[in-house]
Design a protein around this ligand. Structure first.
Ligand code: HEM
Length: 495
């Protein structure tokens, strides 16, 4: 194709996208006219508000929130491709999450913001069949899995930090690799979890989903399938993953036949989902997508917060040392007094860091759902097709609940367990769709914090020791991806 034709096609596609967005926004604005907006209300002017929001998401929302009369239940927040109707109080999360799935659904919201039909083959997978094995099998096996996570931590730290003297490392990408390895030790087991190409494919897939979903949501729906076919790297990732997973699926299928009941790793989900091998590959990719970056973002936020307030390190370290001395690294059989479960400080440290620096998709607005049939919540009419969410920023920084220092990092703030989901601690969502992987993620993060602190001295590389600045990517709150941490093996501690 000549440059001229290419340029012409690109301009044509852009014009079509703009026209689509405009028509869609005008229609949606009309349908949601009865709901007050944050910023400008008109379809065109709302793009200015969307830009302001993009520039400083938490600041813009916090300022806007103060102008909303207290009796308001829902407001609409502008985006470039659509409005999100947001419940103003945490209680609205309860209302939204409590609605039946056929009325208000998480799945179709994910479908929309991740363009999951194209990026995750959501319509082919067709259900949430992978949630049950996480809840019923993985969560029940957690104590038994600690030795494996610990063993993998040992190996991955040895691979990533072969150090004798102090050495800097770029925290976020290194943590992503560590978490990808330890999570996959449980998801697919040895030796695949140590295959660098497999790990890179898992990590890279999340980036591909993120980029493709942002491209596709600006494309008119009738053209998405074509554009996806033209540019999406997802099918090649599926092919690559199939190459890694097929031998494992075959082996596991045989093992399950031979061994009968036991913990089903994703590679043997065939039995749970009743579908073919491709289905297992897609679900394994989907669970990897849902677990690696979420956990890595939370963990990095926690690590940066802790290292910017190093006065807390000794206390946490002492507690970890005491636990190890009493019961070893392995979680004790009695869950309530399990070693890692006792690390309240460790819990609070991540949880607390998880609040002011929440992970995943923003947590400025959390609990995204799609309205499937016209309905009314708190007396507000919500037409079919509305994207819903809840104001997480107010819920998680509420001074009435958390006191005057609600915005500060306080590792002793929480006395609840890390995976506990409440209307004011929304890192893992709330209600029937609250993250099923949160117990595993919490255990993994605690173990890794403990491993870091026991084996290494760590400090932020920047001379002022201040927490590296977060980056708001749309509504996602990302820890700095290039901040470096100085790390030195502690004297007299065996690795
Ligand atoms: C720190 C790490 C993690 C964070 C912050 C996180 C956060 C979340 C959130 C906010 C939701 C949506 C809840 C809602 O809208 O009410 C969710 C759902 C989900 N998460 Fe996680 N997650 C994490 C780790 C994991 C892990 C390790 C797994 C798998 C082992 C996982 C699997 C899932 C699945 C399958 C869902 C969908 C649940 C459903 O459809 O009912 N997550 N997660």
């Amino acid at each position: 194709m000549s440059d001229f034709t290419l340029n012409g096609s690109a301009v044509g596609a852009l014009a079509l996208s703009c026209a689509y967005l405009l028509v869609h926004t005008v229609g949606e604005t009309r349908k949601l006219a009865h709901i007050p907006s944050v910023g400008f209300n008109g379809p065109l002017l709302s793009y200015i508000s969307a830009l302001q929001l993009l520039w400083d998401p938490p600041g813009y929302l916090r300022r806007a929130w103060r102008t909303i009369p207290p009796s308001t239940h829902f407001v609409k927040v502008p985006g470039f491709s659509r409005w999100v109707v947001v419940g103003t109080r945490p209680e609205h999360y309860k209302e939204i999450a409590g609605a039946p799935d056929h009325q208000i659904t998480l799945r179709m919201a994910v479908e929309e913001f991740l363009q999951a039909r194209y990026t995750m083959f959501d319509s082919e997978i067709g259900d949430n069949g992978h949630v049950a094995p996480i809840r019923e099998k993985l969560n029940r096996s957690l104590s038994d899995l600690v030795p494996e996570v610990y063993d993998e931590a040992k190996f991955v730290f040895h691979d990533e930090f072969p150090l004798v003297d102090e050495r800097p490392f770029v925290a976020f990408p290194t943590i992503v690799k560590i978490i990808a390895r330890t999570s996959n030790r449980i998801l697919v087991g040895l030796p695949l979890c140590r295959n660098p190409e497999y790990i890179d494919t898992c990590i890279n897939y999340a980036v591909v989903v993120f980029v493709m979903s942002h491209i596709l949501c600006f494309i008119p729906p009738f053209l998405r399938s074509f554009v996806n076919w033209l540019v999406s790297p997802v099918p090649s990732r599926v092919k690559k993953m199939t190459g890694f997973l097929q031998p494992l699926i075959d082996t596991r299928r045989k093992a399950v036949e031979d061994e009968g009941e036991g913990y089903e790793q994703p590679a043997s989900w065939r039995k749970s989902t009743g579908k073919g091998d491709r289905d297992i590959v897609l679900r394994t990719m989907s669970v990897n997508f849902g677990s690696i970056h979420t956990t890595s973002l939370s963990f990095t936020h926690g690590l940066f917060s802790l290292l910017s307030q190093p006065q807390h390190i000794d206390t946490i370290r002492e507690e970890v040392e005491q636990c190890i001395q009493d019961e070893g690294w392995t979680r004790a059989a009695n869950g309530q007094h399990a070693v890692l479960g006792q690390l309240l400080e460790g819990n609070a440290e991540i949880r607390s860091a998880g609040r002011p620096h929440p992970s995943l998709k923003v947590q400025l607005v959390s609990g995204q759902r799609m309205v499937m049939v016209d309905c009314t919540l708190s007396g507000v009419f919500l037409p079919k097709g509305t994207m819903l969410g809840t104001n997480a920023i107010e819920a998680q920084f509420d001074e009435d609940v958390f006191g005057e220092n609600a915005l500060e990092f306080d590792p002793y703030r929480f006395k609840i367990q890390l995976p506990t989901s409440t209307l004011h601690t929304l890192t893992f969502g709330y209600g029937k769709h609250a993250c099923p992987g949160r117990f595993f993620a919490a255990q993994e993060m605690k173990l890794l914090v403990a491993y870091f602190l026991i084996h290494y001295d760590l400090k932020l590389e920047n001379p002022d020791g201040k927490r590296p600045k977060n980056l708001w990517l749309n509504a996602f709150n990302m820890p700095s991806s290039n901040a470096r941490v100085l790390m030195r093996k502690r004297k007299g501690v065996a690795l």
